[in-house]
Design a protein around this ligand. Sequence first.
Ligand code: C2E
Ligand code: CA
Ligand code: CA
Length: 725
Amino acid sequence: MISQSQWFLKWLLPTIASALVGSLLLGTLYWAAARADQVAAERQKDLVTLIVSKMQSSVAHDQESATVWDDAVVKTKAGDLDWLATNLGHWMHTYFGHDAAVVLSADGLIIYQFIAESENAPSAEDLRESYLPLARRLRERLSAGEEAVSDTALSIGQSDLTYVGKRPAIVSVKPITSDTGEIEQRAGEENLHVAVRFLDSDFLAEIGNEYQFAEMQFTVDNPHDKSHSQIPLKSASGQLIGFFNWHPFEPGSSVLYATLPVIGLSVLSIFVAASLSGRAIWKRSARLALSRQQLQHLALHDSLTGLANRAHFERELASRLESALPQAKHGVLFVDLDRFKAVNDTYGHPTGDKLISLVALRLLDLLPNALIGRIGGDEFTVLLDRSEAQEAGSLAESIVKRLREPFDIDGAHVVVGASVGVALATGTLDAVELIRRADIALYHAKAAGRNTYAIFGEHMDDLLRKRRRLEHDLRAALKGKTQFEIFYQPVYPANSDLPCSLEALSRWRHPELGLIPPDVFIPIAEEIGAIHEIGALVLEDACDMLAALPLIDIAINASAIEMASPGYPLRVLSTLAKWGVEPNRLEIEITESLAVSGEEQTTRNVTMLREARVRLAIDDFGTGHSSFSRVQSMIVDRIKIDKSFIHNISQDRTRAVVDAIITMARAQGLDTTAEGVETNEQRNAVISLGCDNVQGFLLSRPISRGQVLALFNEKNCARNLLEGR
Ligand code: C2E
Ligand code: CA
Ligand code: CA
């Protein structure tokens, strides 16, 4: 379409414009030239007519110069042929160009005759035939006593256009009369002088030269030649003698021909100008079209990855589903990164953006033909067509696998991982419903421990509804804060029943669902960005408790997101300061993977807190699959051996592991706590291996604030009693 309009603007339009202007200009000029030529031709015809008639009178006038003369009267009467030849014959030929001359006596006899020599000179007979009627008529007029009336003519005469033989000529007859009036002659008895001037020879050349008539010629018949002008030549009696023809001078045409190059040039310039402005217009409109295209692309695509955006993906999915055949299979994958928020918080948004771009590239690499959309910060959707939908499960698996591989971003090794929800459909189905099902499957995959995929089944709907409800209720609960309660689980030294510290554990008392364990709501809080508020609540409560119980230490659990956030150390330290609590009475438990992650902000935060004398512990030690050597590089104060080891401590293999952990910790100068101690055997086992502290249901379950205060009152009383004894 663009190339068509380009062709039109660049070539067709300029051609039409210049052709139009050109033909208009040419038409007008041609018309004006034809008009001018026509007028000129008329003028020339008038001119030729005038010249002929002038010639006729000038022949008569020439004659008078010799015929109105006393000498001529005398010499004619005397028959002095020499004189006549000199003055009335030959002289007139050489001087005026007359072609023949005859002197006639009163009774019509030829006194003298002169015929100029030429190729087609007339015979005497032809000559005679031509002038006889004129001579006769003149003599009649003379006899009647007619005299010259005009100022220009000295005598009357008779002249006509006629043939002399076969040639057109002016034949003029004049009486030979006295110029002084001293020689009396009887009227009608004068001698006559005949002069002949041919119109077909040198006369034509003469007027051709003098008036610039080209190809002047005489024809007997009308040549009917359009390119020539002609005027008829008629005798006084109206008899047609022939035609004068010539090629007319055409001023219009000459002007036209002279201006043709100019017109050509102007047409060319119009074409060039129109073509140039056409080009400019095309360029402009092409630019507009391009920016419109770009805008459209922006409207439909995610600017970071170039993938389809949510609206585009949904529209495309809807249109494919609408036109689907009943047996056609479709699949939608919902991909969600598992630890994207942590990466963003830890490395900053530019790294987060790079990560998203790299994830998009991996997805495109895996599924080059599928429609892929980015529909949220770290959420991607994939539309699988018929063939791909058959193997949706294995595709989802390979996506999970591919996204678990580390990303290299500016030298940092970033590991995220992804969960994938899969929904399949056959035939026509509502697009929104298909996406919703994939979303439900995704939640299922996440609930199953992340880094995995799940295919939608009807049973999942329920799970999702519950999860959604929890998200919603958690947000609401955080506004009021009254639904949260902090429990404390006492920790005991190996050989004492007096607790040395407490671990703060948060509880959510849902008004309808009852007590919700932190294993359920903490990941939700992390996901919806509410973990900082919960952390702050626990910290505040713990400091309150520390202030109330000066002899006891307290440990709190920090989520990876908290520990990676730049404001965390300051919040901890300012809360401690606010309650006037020594920092070394607070211990922060972080997970093993976080402790060894080496993430810059986390390391900085850990260092800052330790420099402020806050203690750090590695929680759930032994589950993070990290080597001891890496743990050694992390500066902490305590290791909490995961309860799974304690539960299986009766097994020799496990016992050996716990032994190794404790030995390693001691070598590093770290304290150890065995958590999840439920039986006396477990307690004895860990103590025998040299564990410093024990924690577990055997000694105490997590208890409420009131119970804590009561317990310490009781213990203090006991201690006082003991000390008093
Ligand atoms: P954790 O840090 O490993 O906490 C110990 C968990 O083990 C607690 O579960 C505690 O009730 C349970 N426990 C203690 N003794 C025994 C025992 O003898 N046998 C068994 N089977 N379990 C025992 P709880 O309170 O449900 O907390 C679960 C997890 O939730 C915690 O594991 C911790 O990772 C997280 N959590 C709890 N409160 C918070 C909090 O305020 N902030 C953060 N970030 N995480 C928290
Ligand atoms: Ca803990
Ligand atoms: Ca633990």
